[in-house]
Each structure stands twice: as structure tokens, then as C-alpha cells.
Design a binder for this molecule. Structure first.
Ligand code: IZC
Ligand code: ZN
Length: 423
């Protein structure tokens, strides 16, 4: 019998989120968390070796005086949270847009005037790799302290080959050095840089496709390719060009689609068998059906809807009803969603997407892991998965969606090591 390195015992609710490692949870299954009351978890090395009642776990692993013990009595234990959509590595910040927003200036107007994403592009281009890294480490530390153990991270604030590579190299180094695991996405098609506006937009798309993308691929710096398909940014034709080339080069695909104007990006994601289509506030019924049919995950970002003061949230209930898989993420970025906290996303997801807590929790763990192709490794507390585990000072899982604005995370275990909190 294996000797356990770590035991987490007596969890009031051990929320395993199990049963969805092969396929994302859809429909009624999204409500099943497979909670074990008074649950025990055993860790050997960086992996989960046993999960169950005290008796079950003790029958599978040996507990010796070398085994470290965490008593989770009265607490709620979840798999490490997975933030499947972030723009983590950026220069500067955009608090100056807050008052513009209050005056009623729309997000896309700020961008069209050279602000928004383009102001972050200027700040990111002028930052050194070290400066970008220093800022990102701070954000990653905050994320880890709030229970996020795996996150996707996009480029898209460089918009030149050199600056996109700089951002992706920062993400690569952070992935090697920081406990939070990062999944890198190339988002060269995030905005039309000022120097290409007024007639040279297609020339920029050509550069993304023919110069940036092959360079990123050759250096092995990104696993996914994404595009911001939106009015005044990249239309469906341009988005298709980006994603078709990405697919040809072997990237997995993501798209920002149907956030403000319904252009058909979600249908494109279904056609190209993207891994996920993200935002979806104004997705059509046909778009939802196609997503469901193609098995593309809808990554919903309700923190962005909240922060942009939109009155219309993504139709999460309709998506679930039609059999589409959903995940929830922060969209952490300096403009449309400056939060990296899954805590507030859980509450907004519950109140404004009208998801029950169990649905929210599956959407930020196992389904989120599918949205970044990591469900074989993380997203649930099951034997053989990586030991990424969060202990909340909460009596049950509903409490996590009910409270907001206070970090209830007490301990975080990443790859079997206690990285937040003490014994
Ligand atoms: O910096 O505003 N929506 N991209 C698409 C963003 C938001 C990030 C930003
Ligand atoms: Zn985004």
C-alpha cells in the first residue's frame, strides 16, 4: 500500500466535481457535484491517491507519522479553481476609463478613439519583460490566494510580432516559476493597432496570420489561438482567416464572440470545432444549437457584463436547456473586467446568469478545465488527478456563492504542496 504524504480529513463537504473528466457536464448533470460528507482525500506526491469516506481512504493508503494531516472539519473543500479566460500579462491600468464609463461613453467608442485596449497596448509595448512579469506575479499571487490554481493567459497587447512574443515569453516564464499553472493563448487579433487604421486593417490581419502566428508556433509559445470578433474590431471574414490558419498550424481555437453585436462568430466557432466560444451575451438560438451540436464550450464572463454595466447577461439557462456546455471565468483584463477573483464571478453567475451554486461550481472547475483542454489533469478531486485542492472557511458549497467580497479561502494545495495557509 502507498504511504500518503498528505491527508485532508473530515471535510464537512468534500465537493469532488467528479464524473466529468471525459466530457464537460451538460444539462441536469451540471447540477451534480458528487459531494462526500465528512470526506477524506489522500495525496501521494503531486497526485490524488484516494478520495472517499475515512474507511475508504484508509483502505487505499497507509497513514504514517510522516503523513501530514489537515483537519477540514466544518469546512468546504473544492478542486483548485480554473480560470479559463484571462488577459493576465499587461502593462499599466485603465482606471481613467471609469469616469468616461459613468458619462455613458461605450467600451467600443473608447477603443475607436484610440483608448481601451489600445492604451494597454501602448503601456505593454513600453514595459520591459521584467516589468510585465513583476505586475503579472502580483496578479497571480492574488489569484492563488483566492483559490485559482490553473489559468488561461492571452497575449494581445503587443500587436507586433516582437511584442506578442514578449508577452508570451513572460507567460511562459511565469508558468515555470509560479505555482499557478498557465495555459497560453495567442491573441494577436485583439485590436487593429492605430498604425493600421483607416484602410490597412486587412494588411494587419495578413501580418497576424503570416508573420506572428508562424513565429509563435515555431517558438512553441501558445497552445490556443483566439480572435476578438466584434463590430469595429475583427469581422467574421477576418476572424475566419485567423482561425483557419491557426487550425492549419495546429493551434486549438478560441473566439471572443457575440459580446456586444451578434456577428456570427459563435457559428464560426462551431463550424471550425473551436474548443470554446467566449462571452455570448447576444448569441442567437441558432448559435446555441450549433455550439451544443459541435461540443464547443460556451465560456461565460459575467464579471465583464457587470463591469460594463450591460443590462443583458448571457442566456446561460437557455444554453443549459439546449444541451450546450458552459464554463465561467473572470476575463481578467485592465479594461472590461479588472477582477481576477473567482469569488465575485460565483456570486454574479448565480444572481445574474441564474445558475444554482452547484452549476456555478462545476462551471469554474471541471467544465472550465475542459475549456482549456486540461480536464484529464485538473478540475475535480478524483484518484489520478493532480492534487490541486482549495479549503474554504465555509460550511457548504452554497455559502460560497452567497457570500461575496470576502476571501473565504483558508488553504490552497497545488500539486500536493500547501502553498497558501499553514498546517
Ligand atoms: O483590454 O479591454 N474585451 N478584450 C476584449 C478585452 C475586453 C480586454 C481589454
Ligand atoms: Zn477576453
Amino acid at each position: 500500500m502507498q504511504t500518503a504524504d498528505l491527508i485532508i480529513k473530515n471535510a464537512r463537504e468534500l465537493v469532488t466535481c467528479s464524473g466529468g473528466s471525459n466530457k464537460p457536464k451538460i444539462g441536469e448533470e451540471l447540477k451534480n457535484l458528487y459531494i462526500i460528507e465528512n470526506g477524506w482525500t489522500a495525496v501521494v506526491g503531486n497526485m490524488i491517491a484516494a478520495v472517499g469516506t475515512e474507511e475508504e481512504v484508509k483502505s487505499k493508503v497507509e497513514i504514517t507519522d510522516k503523513t501530514q494531516i489537515i483537519d477540514a472539519a466544518g469546512k468546504t473543500v473544492l478542486p483548485g479553481l480554473v480560470d479559463s479566460h484571462t488577459h493576465l500579462a499587461f502593462g499599466g491600468s485603465r482606471e481613467n476609463e471609469l469616469e468616461l464609463k459613468l458619462k455613458g461613453v461605450p467600451y467600443l467608442d473608447i477603443l475607436a478613439q484610440g483608448g481601451g485596449i489600445l492604451s494597454t497596448v501602448r503601456a505593454t509595448r513600453s514595459a520591459s519583460k521584467e516589468e510585465l512579469k513583476e505586475a503579472s506575479v502580483k496578479y497571480l499571487n492574488q489569484m492563488l490566494a483566492q483559490g485559482t490554481t490553473t489559468a488561461e493567459a492571452k497575449s494581445g497587447y503587443g500587436l507586433t510580432t516582437e511584442d506578442e512574443i514578449k508577452q508570451l515569453e513572460v507567460i511562459k516564464e511565469l508558468n515555470e516559476e509560479h505555482p499557478v499553472d498557465l495555459v497560453p493563448t495567442f491573441l494577436g487579433a485583439h485590436a487593429i493597432p492605430t498604425e493600421f487604421k483607416g484602410g490597412n486593417e486587412d494588411r494587419f490581419v495578413d501580418i497576424v496570420v503570416n508573420e506572428m502566428m508562424p513565429a509563435v508556433k515555431e517558438k512553441g509559445l501558445a497552445e490556443f489561438c483566439d480572435v476578438f470578433c466584434e463590430k469595429g474590431v475583427f469581422d467574421v471574414h477576418q476572424s475566419r482567416k485567423v482561425l483557419e490558419k491557426a487550425k492549419e498550424l495546429g493551434f486549438k481555437l478560441k473566439i471572443h464572440s457575440d459580446e456586444i453585436y451578434p456577428l456570427g462568430g459563435t457559428e464560426l466557432a462551431a463550424e471550425l470545432r473551436a474548443t470554446s466560444a467566449d462571452h455570448l451575451l447576444v448569441v442567437t438560438d441558432e448559435g446555441i444549437e450549433k455550439l451544443a451540436e459541435a461540443g464547443v464550450i460556451g465560456v461565460l464572463l459575467p464579471g465583464t457584463t457587470f463591469n460594463l454595466r450591460e443590462d443583458h447577461y448571457a442566456p446561460a439557462r437557455k444554453m443549459i436547456e439546449k444541451g450546450a456546455a458552459i464554463a465561467l471565468a473572470t476575463d481578467f483584463n485592465p479594461g472590461s473586467c479588472p477582477t481576477n477573483s473567482m469569488d465575485i464571478i460565483m456570486t454574479i453567475g448565480c444572481l445574474y446568469l441564474r445558475l444554482v451554486p452547484a452549476e456555478v461550481i462545476n462551471a469554474i472547475t471541471i467544465n472550465a478545465a475542459h475549456a482549456i483542454d486540461r480536464a484529464h489533469l485538473v478540475g475535480s478531486i478524483e484518484e489520478g488527478k493532480q492534487a490541486d485542492i482549495v479549503i474554504f472557511d465555509a460550511p457548504n458549497h452554497q455559502y460560497l456563492c452567497y457570500r461575496f467580497g470576502t476571501n473565504l479561502v483558508e488553504k490552497v494545495i497545488k500539486k500536493g504542496k500547501l502553498v497558501i495557509g499553514g498546517f
